[in-house]
Design a protein around this ligand. Structure first.
Ligand code: ATP
Ligand code: MG
Length: 416
């Protein structure tokens, strides 16, 4: 039997607000990783992406895991787990050190990274990632790996991602209750990026927006690496559904059905004569609704979402730096017309983010709602050679020879 420990299988666990998803990838002899299985189960016990009931969440995870194992034909032992939500903080930091022997050594790199991550973290938060953005040697910036170069002063810029310690512990508890080892915790939109973005997007500048059921998670990438992260609780598929339920005076269940089956975010793509039946929440008879009116209401929700995103980009200074535009992913990006509306709104190229980076099962790699799950597998694949792409930062520590992630994991495990 194959299992994760022999490193041929890699698994990602995405505990979303609407569904728990397990994606399994297999590494071939040539190093290629391909998606071979997935399992999903409706999520219970989460609110806006955060575990609020460990037992029920563990139950959903168990079912999704069993489905994935059945399909993979092998038991899973460890998983990379996605984490997101409004408790996530992303900060840019930098540090600098003097180079004593003019040539930069591995120890200098470690020292400058230690200096860069020496920032005050609130006691209720813990570090998830310290992602290297660039090194600057004297006046030369944009350096990926300065070892062997000569200079007198080395600077490092990093993006530090922290999460609420309680949210991390709940997620770990749920996973471990299902007999699975947490091999790594990964910011969800960072994971999604591994599945849907190209090197060109990362270099030219791109805003990735994962619109889930409970929140929307944003990440800006430029110069090959992550620059800015943000989570919005008021941007999500559930926000649209709840708004429609109130507006139509029907149940959330019926509103969700209507939204998915008949919704659109652009009025002009809907034939004017089409109507849909709206079941009432109670005793009242069902009513008729023009699909164009439904689309107009959904458009308002998406415009509001895009307005919040535009404000965030403007305030963080990244609005001018997005040469590759926007990539929308997550289930909320499947709304008909949402991509076209975003193009109109942002005056920039916008595309739907399909998780095609690894290839494999077509029902998985063609579904934007699976971007995080696939991305977790792609991220896992990065933790052991061979590396797929260059942009995930320098993985090898020349000093220790250990992958950066395992050093970081060791570091933040010490802080639990
Ligand atoms: N075809 C569709 N059109 C519009 N919305 C859709 C469609 N399919 C799914 N959705 C919406 O996408 C959302 C689910 O997306 P997704 O599976 O990415 O969320 P999640 O990962 O469970 O949640 P989160 O990431 O916020 O914790 C739901 O709100 C659902 O209504
Ligand atoms: Mg999600």
């Amino acid at each position: 039997m194959k299992h994760l420990r022999d490193k041929t299988l890699l698994a990602g666990l995405d505990v979303g607000t609407s569904k728990v998803l397990v994606v399994v990838g297999e590494r071939h002899d040539d190093g290629r990783v391909e998606i071979i299985a997935s399992g999903t189960h409706p999520a219970r016990g989460l609110k806006r992406g955060i575990v609020v009931d460990i037992e029920t969440t563990a139950y959903s995870i168990q079912h999704a895991v069993e489905a994935a194992e059945l399909m993979a034909g092998a038991p899973l032992r460890g998983v990379y787990v996605g984490i997101a939500g409004a408790h996530i903080r992303g900060i840019n930091s930098h540090g600098n050190v003097a180079i004593h022997h003019s040539e930069v050594g591995a120890r200098d790199v470690d020292r400058v990274l230690d200096a860069a991550r020496a920032v005050a973290i609130p006691t209720d938060q813990q570090v998830l990632h310290v992602i290297e953005q660039e090194f600057i040697l004297d006046r030369q910036d944009g350096i990926r790996d300065p070892v062997g170069m000569t200079g007198v002063r080395l600077d490092a810029r990093v993006h530090i991602v922290t999460a609420a310690a309680t949210a991390v512990q709940c997620l770990e508890k749920c996973t471990e209750r299902c007999g699975l080892e947490v091999e790594g915790l990964v910011l969800e939109q960072y994971a999604s990026a591994f599945a849907v973005l190209s090197d060109d997007d990362l270099d030219r500048g791109v805003c990735l927006l994962d619109i889930g059921a409970g929140s929307a998670d944003l990440a800006v990438f430029r110069k090959g690496t992550i620059q800015h992260t943000r989570s919005f609780e008021t941007v999500s598929g559930d926000v649209v559904t709840n708004h429609l339920a109130l507006w139509l005076r029907t149940s959330s269940y019926h509103a969700e059905e209507l939204k998915i089956r008949h919704g659109a975010a652009l009025v002009e793509i809907v034939p004017p004569q089409e109507t849909v039946e709206v079941p009432s929440g109670g005793e009242r008879a069902a009513s008729k609704l023009s699909r164009q009116n439904l689309a107009a209401e959904i458009r308002r929700c998406y415009e509001y979402f895009y307005e919040l995103v535009a404000t965030e980009l403007r305030e963080s200074g990244w609005d001018e730096a997005l040469g590759a535009g926007f990539v929308l992913t997550g289930g909320g990006a499947k709304m008909e017309g949402a991509i076209e509306l975003a193009e109109e709104f942002f005056h920039a190229p916008v595309r739907l983010g399909l998780p095609t980076a690894l290839g494999g099962l077509s029902e998985v790699v063609s579904n934007p709602a699976y971007a995080t799950g696939v991305g977790l597998v792609a991220y896992a694949a990065q933790q052991t050679p061979p590396a797929r792409a260059r942009w995930y930062a320098r993985r090898k520590s020349p000093a220790s020879g250990a992958p950066l992630w395992s050093r970081l994991r060791g570091w933040f495990e010490g802080h639990f």
